[in-house]
Design a protein around this ligand. Sequence first.
Ligand SMILES: [Zn+2]
Length: 78
Amino acid sequence: MWENSAWKYARCPRCYRQELTTWSLQYYNPPSSTMLKLHLGATRYRCAACRCNFASFKPCRDKKIWRRRDPREAPADE
Ligand SMILES: [Zn+2]
């Protein structure tokens, strides 16, 4: 059984771990489905174990990488 709160945190889509870091658009060119999530305000996550880069709307259980969302990062909609 999962903990009650386990479902609400981001986890790796491959190995389901919750030990996540972040990645930069400078170093990884995500698929369009991931880009779409990012444009909608998702957070970039990278699995520390299998190095899978993905995006999720859920917070990470590890608070140290959970930073405030900067509204200026939102893409300009022209
Ligand atoms: Zn993983």
